[in-house]
Structure formats: structure tokens, C-alpha cells
Design a protein around this ligand. Structure first.
Ligand SMILES: Nc1nc2c(ncn2[C@@H]2O[C@H](COP(=O)(O)OP(=O)(O)OP(=O)(O)O)[C@@H](O)[C@H]2O)c(=O)[nH]1
Ligand SMILES: [Mg+2]
Length: 251
């Protein structure tokens, strides 16, 4: 009889596969982030082949802070108490040993009341254009203050990207500043926004308390490296014929 917690020796993998997913790999990779360029409009952005992950959301939602937290760099993206501080599309390149294999894009926020109408309109055009036509855009992270929930402008953004999501664009909603919520409020915000996001992936995130950081890092890594998706380690379950049904159940 074989032990109920190990595979028969002949079925053990030759070399022990690392227990992936490994957030350390994802965090190390994100730490390589470097500022690449800033562009007021799509046409000023370089054409790139590597997968790009865009951070979008209302002004002050915490996009730049989220990028700084994920990359473990305090001043990579410009974060500020004053809404509307990110005013262009900022690209950050990622990649180990100098080989760029992905981009993070920090986008200006929308919905800040004090922005003049013309600037708002201009930005809506730029962002719509970016989200609809950026060829290497692989994933969108929508950041949302859970105390506001998804607002009308967020819903418009969801409508804009929906056709691309159907075609395979990855999409994640982060409820930021979750440190400001108690457990009940957090659970409520999650269920409301999950409904609003039509079943899309929604997670709590706090830069302050580091909630969700490694999980989001892992998503980013997986999106940028789809072919390196980890093979889950084989489950230590004995073959049916190897199992001894008369063996006492483990307590
Ligand atoms: N308590 C708390 N505050 C946060 C968190 N993340 C961001 N903030 C604060 O929220 C404010 C806005 O953060 P930013 O990262 O600049 O927000 P943004 O979405 O990039 O804003 P715009 O560039 O204006 O669109 C700053 O004062 C941050 O310190 C968080 O997890 N917890
Ligand atoms: Mg910003």
C-alpha cells in the first residue's frame, strides 16, 4: 500500500516543479519598471509589440499609487492628493536583464469636476481612442474608490472596452483604498461592484495595508507571460487502484 499523501515513485516528476504561481517572481519582475515616455495623445506613443497593461479610473482613485506599490518604487508614477495630477499617458517598461517584455500605462483620471469642459472632452477622446485602438493593449485595470462604486463614467468606459474584452482583452476591477472600509463595508462594496461589472473580476486593493498586492502582481505577470503559465503541481492523490479503501480516514 502506498501512502495516501504521495504519488507512487514512478509517477513523481523527475525534478520537483516549483510551486507556482510564485508572487516573488511577479514582484521581482514588477520592480524592474522604468519610466519610458509620456504622451498627451495616442499618436505620440511609440508603437510597441510587447503587451501593455493600462491603469484607468476616476481622478484620485489611486492609479499612480497602485503602480508605485506594485513596482515597489515610491516615485515612479506621480501620485498626489490633488486630483488630476496625471495629465498624459505615462508608459513604464518592464523586463528582467534589460529585455523589455511588457508595459504599464498610467492614464489620467476622469470625472474631476474642476477640469474645464474642453479638457474633459479632449481627454475622453484620447482615452477612447487609446482603449479602442492601441494594438498591444492586453489588459485593463479599472481602479475605483469603493465608497463611490462604479460611476456613470466608469460604466461608459466599460462599454467602450466591452467589444475588446469579448475578443480576449483581460480586465480587472480594483476597489482601492480598502483600508478605509471595515469588513462589512468591504464585502458589500465587492458584491455591488461585482454585479455592476457583469461578473468581471473584482478585488480589494490597499496600497497602505498592502492588501491584494501580490495577487494583482500575479495577474499582471500571467497576462504578460501567457505561454509561461505555470503547470500546477500534481495533486498528491493516489491512483484509484493504488488507494486502499480499507485504510482508516485521516483525521
Ligand atoms: N488610504 C489610502 N489612500 C490612498 C491609497 N491609494 C492612494 N491613496 C491616496 O489617494 C490619493 C490619490 O492617489 P493617486 O495615486 O495620485 O490617484 P490617481 O488615480 O493616480 O489620480 P489622478 O492622477 O488624478 O487620476 C493620494 O493622496 C494617495 O495617497 C490607499 O490604498 N489607501
Ligand atoms: Mg495619477
Amino acid at each position: 500500500m502506498t501512502s495516501s499523501t504521495s504519488l507512487p515513485s514512478s509517477s513523481q516528476p523527475a525534478a520537483a516543479a516549483p510551486a507556482l504561481p510564485n508572487p516573488k517572481i511577479a514582484m521581482g519582475w514588477l520592480h524592474t519598471a522604468k519610466f519610458l515616455t509620456t504622451a498627451p495623445e495616442l499618436k505620440h506613443l511609440p508603437r510597441l509589440e510587447v503587451p501593455e497593461i493600462a491603469f484607468v479610473g476616476r481622478s484620485n482613485a489611486g492609479k499612480s499609487t497602485c503602480i508605485n506599490t506594485l513596482t515597489q518604487q515610491h516615485r515612479l508614477a506621480f501620485a498626489s492628493k490633488t486630483p488630476g495630477r496625471t495629465q498624459s499617458i505615462n508608459l513604464f517598461s518592464l523586463g528582467k536583464q534589460g529585455v523589455t517584455d511588457a508595459m504599464l500605462a498610467d492614464l489620467p483620471g476622469y470625472g474631476y469636476a474642476a477640469v474645464p469642459k474642453e479638457a474633459k472632452y479632449r481627454w475622453q477622446q484620447v482615452m477612447g481612442n487609446y482603449l479602442q485602438t492601441r494594438d498591444n493593449l492586453k489588459a485593463v485595470v479599472l481602479l475605483c474608490d469603493p465608497r463611490l462604486g462604479l460611476t456613470e463614467l466608469d460604466e461608459i468606459l466599460l462599454d467602450v472596452i466591452r467589444p475588446r474584452v469579448v475578443e480576449g482583452l483581460k480586465f480587472l476591477v480594483l476597489l482601492t483604498k480598502s483600508d478605509k472600509l471595515n469588513k462589512t463595508e468591504a464585502a458589500k462594496a465587492l458584491s455591488i461592484v461585482r454585479l455592476q461589472a457583469g461578473g468581471g473580476d473584482v478585488k480589494l486593493f490597499s496600497a497602505l495595508k498592502r492588501q491584494g498586492v501580490e495577487e494583482v502582481a500575479q495577474h499582471l505577470w500571467d497576462w504578460a507571460h501567457p505561454s509561461e503559465k505555470p503547470v500546477k503541481p500534481a495533486k498528491a492523490v493516489p491512483d484509484a487502484e493504488e488507494a486502499d479503501p480499507s485504510a482508516p480516514a485521516e483525521s
